[in-house]
Design a binder for this molecule. Structure first.
Ligand SMILES: Nc1ncnc2c1ncn2[C@@H]1O[C@H](COP(=O)(O)OP(=O)(O)OP(=O)(O)O)[C@@H](O)[C@H]1O
Length: 251
């Protein structure tokens, strides 16, 4: 469903994403982890057609990004870390606008939209988006994305800004969608989110995919079957310099 081969993005001399290859089948929740500036957002932007790769090939839902970019964009769902929305619209107007652009079956989608709003406690649809907090915008963006039931969904840091209840609902909703065959790609710094909900995890560092697999496979890679994802992550991305700092701090 999500397939990338040797995906690379250079910004001048900086190689932000360096020959990353991914193969994520239908029904899988894939967690993309990495330190700040590792290349997660740049990867998502390329996979969703927002940024053109310097090198590499992308296929989503069996379509080639070079040839079918518009159709891919019509079929996928994207929840960016900083959703850009129309400040001068009210929440329910924004939802209608999205329904029109994507030409979805209106009645059924509207019913699902209100069901999702209820689950996420979105009770501010008659207010202007300009008056929303970051978390309120994030939730509305999720609701208008999930109401379309896309078969492939990308979420950049989806739990940032969400309260504990909304984060829990989101996890359950995404799991339910994956069970019905949707493919979900999410980035997160919250290792607990990755540990609890992702079927497979990829770790990117300085643009390179340094490890990929189930939690079990990552544990085997480190040779310690009991490691937590936090230990594995720090071991893979930390280096000796980090260990020295931790030692100095007495951990
Ligand atoms: N438009 C751009 N122009 C130049 N450099 C960029 C641009 N976008 C990203 N970068 C650089 O590419 C690298 C990867 O950035 P990216 O935003 O993909 O990281 P990230 O893993 O999402 O980080 P974070 O966890 O902090 O959000 C960084 O060094 C960043 O400064």
């Amino acid at each position: 469903m999500i397939h990338a081969k040797d995906l690379t993005k250079r910004f001048g001399d900086l190689v932000a994403v360096d020959h990353v290859s991914l193969d994520i089948p239908a029904g899988q929740i894939y967690g993309f982890l990495g330190p700040n500036g590792a290349g997660k957002t740049t990867t998502i932007k390329m996979l969703t057609g927002i940024l053109r790769p310097t090198e590499g090939k992308i296929r989503i839902l069996g379509m080639d990004m070079d040839k079918d970019e518009l159709e891919i964009k019509r079929q996928i769902g994207v929840v960016p870390d900083e959703p850009k929305m129309y400040d001068n619209l009210k929440g329910f107007e924004f939802a209608r606008f999205i329904m029109e652009i994507y030409r979805v079956p209106k009645e059924e989608t509207e019913r699902r939209f209100y069901e999702i709003c209820k689950a996420f406690s979105i009770d501010y649809l008659d207010k202007f988006i300009s008056d929303y907090s970051h978390g309120m915008k994030q939730k509305l963006m999720m609701a208008v994305t999930l109401m379309r039931q896309p078969r492939v969904i990308f979420l950049d840091e989806p739990t940032v800004g969400l309260d504990a209840r909304s984060a829990k609902i989101l996890k359950l909703w995404l799991k339910k969608m994956a069970q019905t065959g949707a493919t979900i790609f999410l980035t997160t710094h919250v290792l607990e989110v990755a540990e609890k909900m992702c079927d497979r995890i990829g770790i990117i560092d300085k643009g390179r995919l340094i490890a990929q697999g189930t939690l079990e496979e990552l544990r085997e890679l480190s040779g310690d079957k009991k490691s937590s994802l936090e230990d594995l992550f720090l071991e893979l991305t930390g280096g000796n310099e980090f260990k020295d700092i931790i030692d100095q701090l007495g951990e």
